[in-house]
Design a protein around this ligand. Structure first.
Ligand SMILES: [Zn+2]
Length: 167
């Protein structure tokens, strides 16, 4: 069996044009933000969103605890927050998402659900104004990310991966 070759990636050079298409140098554009661009050996460019240090610490704690109990590091398929409450929530979320996809619920609503944990159809009376606002802003974010040519769901897979850039 041939060995798996993993393409290396590097952050975009400061003097190169920012891949976001702004027309200005990376150094003066996204380099300054929490969303950074990387290029793989094969020329593919990806955007990565940094997550807060606090969350990075939590993930690190979770990983250590996992190792203590299971005697190995978590695989990518293991939930990052593997403790019982989080695990349950994660499973429900994934199952709900599957059902939503099967029911052809628009992607922006699935995104908003994943982000906020809320399912809001038009003006559901059971939700608070703050919740509706949170949901609406998540929907807006979905379209912004799309416009930015980013995969809106990337942040979620990002949280599942092992490469985390602290702020
Ligand atoms: Zn940019």
């Amino acid at each position: 069996m041939p060995a798996k070759i993993r393409s290396k990636k590097r952050e975009i050079g400061e003097k190169e044009l920012c891949p976001c298409g702004s027309g200005i140098k990376y150094k003066y554009c996204h380099k300054k933000t929490t969303k950074k661009y990387f290029e793989f050996d094969n020329g593919d460019v990806v955007a990565e969103v940094a997550i807060p240090q606090e969350l990075v610490n939590q993930l690190e704690e979770s990983r250590k605890e996992f190792k203590n109990i299971f005697g190995r590091s978590p695989y990518k398929s293991d939930p990052v927050f593997w403790n019982r409450a989080e695990l349950k929530e994660n499973t429900i979320l994934k199952r709900t998402k599957k059902v939503m996809r099967a029911a052809k619920v628009p992607e922006e609503l699935i995104f908003a659900y994943e982000k906020t944990g809320l399912i809001i159809a038009s003006d559901s009376p059971a939700t608070s104004r703050a919740e509706r606002e949170e949901f609406r802003s998540a929907v807006k974010e979905y379209f912004q990310l799309k416009e930015d040519n980013s995969d809106p769901f990337y942040i979620f897979t990002y949280l599942d991966s092992h490469s985390i850039i602290p702020f």
